[in-house]
Design a protein around this ligand. Sequence first.
Ligand code: ZN
Length: 244
Amino acid sequence: MDVLRTVANFVFGMECLGCGTSSERLDPWLCPACAAELARESCSPKFPNEDAFCLFPMRPLTRRLVHALKYRNIPGLASYMVRRSSAVRHGLVGQELTMLAQPLYFVPVPLHHARYRERGYNQAELLAAALATATDGKVCRWLKRKSFIVSQTKLSKEERELNVAGAFEAARLRKCPERGSVVVVDDVFTTGATTSACLAAFGDDFPIPLKVCTLLYDEPSTAVADFAADIRADWDVFRRKTRD
Ligand SMILES: [Zn+2]
């Protein structure tokens, strides 16, 4: 952990990813107050439908962390958040996962190659790996993207749904598993359009149950307000930095 902390201090100047304040007691990403807040949020997982589990609610803190995971090149945040979520330590999602038919096959939602090259990693794959470690499951890259998809963040809800329907195909498995459960993994569940398209790619006759697990649940109606708050927070951090 000391090496991680040293690297984080060097790269991020010992600023908490949650509140942006300088602290020498980062863990290595959050100050003690934000770490405690994350622990509280882990007690409020969301279940948008009977087949979907979301480890954290979307709050300013969790939104900033997933934003940093995707856009600030901090892949270590994937396992950091999963290890502090209700998927482990007998948390609610952990209990749900234990009740599924075992073993668990965690299938990450694939990124398009162009986006992968730009980012260097697929955050869904990192989340799937962390979930597999926490639950003794396996990571299986059984989904592929069919065509280039325009970045989802620039689209309206309706455009997003059209954009992803039919966007994925399932690998032709030489031998389908006879038991266990597939858990499709993504970073954020908003309307469920992306993960529904993934489940559809497996087809109705896939022999084992199909579930979904995401890091965050974003209430579709509050997504816009949260996004605005997040931009404001980023702007405050930026101003504080440029002032110093
Ligand atoms: Zn903080």
